[in-house]
Design a protein around this ligand. Structure first.
Ligand SMILES: [Ca+2]
Length: 246
């Protein structure tokens, strides 16, 4: 792991897992985020990777059903920065310990053994007026990505085509932080996803977002600098992986 220019950078040698359920082996997490029922939020972050690969990100329930609150999922990234922005309405009961995550393991079960770097920057979550949400269709919360205008040579991902945007038919509805592994050698307590007793691999289908009455609350920054707070967590996870697999 090495960072520069206040960018989170993760050096990955092997994503280890052979299945998507253990894609969380490599993950950037921020816990303790409050999402209030009925409010609409705009989640945004910048991602790139030294190789073409897939990662996923979302705001989700911590443990329980691992509900994917933001309806976001897998995105394709590469050497050029991409900005991903998704508006979503919190349709579940207010959660004061929601988790933001960027999942960098074997997303979609694709194991990567090529050494590479994943970079994350400018993570933000703000409350917005529901009428400002990026999609007119409440069934399809908008997820868009924006290329760096200085480097426009990379093909984009069409908004709405990423898995995870449509509830009900894709892995985005699966817990992106898996209920974990049956491998008893993974230390309990260091990664909450590995407790087999607390999770259900088949979470409840998410209720469809409902249009919200416009609210006029000021925009509130909820996540400010995530990177420093989570670096230690990722280091811990990574050190566990190293002990287990190298
Ligand atoms: Ca930064």
């Amino acid at each position: 792991m090495n960072g520069n220019d206040n960018v989170f950078a993760m050096n990955i040698e092997d994503t280890v897992a052979e299945d998507n359920a253990n894609a969380w082996y490599i993950q950037l997490n921020q816990d303790g985020v409050t999402l209030e029922e009925g409010k609409t939020y705009r989640l945004s972050l910048d991602l790139k990777s030294s190789i073409e690969r897939k990662v996923s990100y979302c705001m989700q329930e911590f443990e329980g059903s691992w509900t994917n609150y933001s309806n976001t999922g897998v995105v394709e990234i590469g050497p050029q920065w991409k900005t991903f922005t998704s508006d979503f309405t919190m349709t579940s009961p207010t959660d004061t310990k929601a988790r933001f995550n960027v999942t960098m393991g074997s997303v979609e079960g694709i194991r990567i053994t090529e050494k590479h770097d994943v970079y994350v920057d400018n993570i933000s979550l703000i409350e917005i007026d529901g009428s400002q949400a990026g999609s007119d269709d409440p069934d399809q919360p908008g997820t868009t990505d924006t290329e760096d205008p200085d480097q426009p040579d990379k093909p984009g991902v069409e908004p709405g085509t990423e898995p995870g945007n449509e509830p009900g038919d894709n892995p985005g509805d699966e817990p992106l932080v898996g209920p974990g592994t049956d491998d008893p050698s993974v230390e309990p307590g260091t990664e909450p996803g590995n407790d087999p007793g607390t999770t259900d691999p088949e979470p409840e289908p998410e209720p469809e977002p409902t249009p919200q009455k416009p609210t006029y609350n000021p925009i509130v920054n909820i996540i400010v600098p995530v990177v420093k707070a989570v670096t230690r967590v990722v280091k811990t996870v990574f050190s566990i992986l190293r002990r287990l697999f190298w």
